[in-house]
Design a protein around this ligand. Structure first.
Ligand SMILES: [Zn+2]
Ligand SMILES: [Zn+2]
Length: 267
């Protein structure tokens, strides 16, 4: 079980990591922008800064600890599958990283293909000027779907908090990189890791080309394996978003409510 001191230390490490990464990507986006007309204080930036606080691994860590607690309260700890609890740190880290990256890829597919889930995921796709901060524009319902489908089984499988935390730290780096307004091309690495050139095509507007491609969060290998990769050589989508984005709220209070209104409209 995690001690309070360990949780506190991780909170501090993660805060410093977020701050450092933020400064790094602000600098990189100024030097090598994909879209050089995009301003630092672009549309929706202040709402997106609020999303960082509520949606980054802070909430994940809280929900992770809550899932361990829930299992204890329900008396399910004896159901724990001991198989993975015997692994050392690196074994746990790589097992967690691989298994959960694949599961997240599957959940991301569902977010696009199941009507009511898409209403919530649309918030993430409502960004029209993509940058690293956009990584965190996610509706809280989506976070709860992801985390409860991942963390409760993870705790049951015997994964320890430290492996989950360090995987989260690495995933944050790749998430910032993939969303960044960067002109970088990653060459053959595109078959392994998510990148700005690949993820921009995940956010493309339907009038720019095929949609429901590039579901990768950290590893892109799943998209190449399952035929959902789409990375046109040397091209970037000229427009991001979805059909009807012109009417979608640009700021947080509206984005908070809009998915529920969307569900109501459909029923
Ligand atoms: Zn998506
Ligand atoms: Zn995205």
């Amino acid at each position: 079980m995690e001690s309070r001191a360990e949780s506190y230390t991780r909170g501090v490490i993660y805060s410093v990591w977020l701050l450092g990464l933020g400064l790094l990507f602000v600098a990189l986006e100024r030097i090598w922008p994909r879209n050089n007309t995009q301003r630092l204080l672009r549309k929706g930036i202040f709402s997106d800064l609020i999303y960082i606080i509520f949606n980054s691994e802070y909430l994940g860590i809280l929900l992770g600890l809550a899932s361990v607690e829930l299992i204890r309260l329900l008396g399910l700890q004896h159901l724990r599958i001991g198989l993975l609890s015997g692994l050392g740190f690196w074994g746990q880290f790589f097992a967690f990283f691989l298994i959960f990256d694949f599961l997240q890829w599957c959940i991301h597919n569902l977010l696009h293909r199941v009507g009511w889930l898409w209403e919530f995921h649309k918030v993430h796709h409502s960004i029209v000027e993509l940058d690293w901060i956009g990584n965190w524009r996610i509706h809280w319902v989506e976070i709860v779907v992801y985390r409860s489908l991942l963390y409760v089984p993870a705790a049951l499988c015997g994964f320890r908090g430290e492996a989950m935390f360090w995987a989260g730290v690495f995933n944050t780096l790749v998430g910032h990189f993939a969303h960044a307004n960067l002109s970088w091309r990653v060459g053959a690495l595109k078959y392994v890791i998510n990148s700005p050139e690949m993820h921009a095509w995940h956010h493309n507007h339907p009038d720019q080309g095929p949609v429901n491609r590039n579901f990768a969060l950290t590893l892109s290998v799943w998209d190449w394996l399952f035929g959902t990769a789409h990375v046109p050589e040397g091209r970037n989508p000229a427009r991001l978003g979805f059909t009807g984005i012109e009417q979608y709220p640009e700021q947080l209070p509206g984005q908070f409510v809009e998915p529920f209104r969307g569900l109501f409209r459909k029923s």
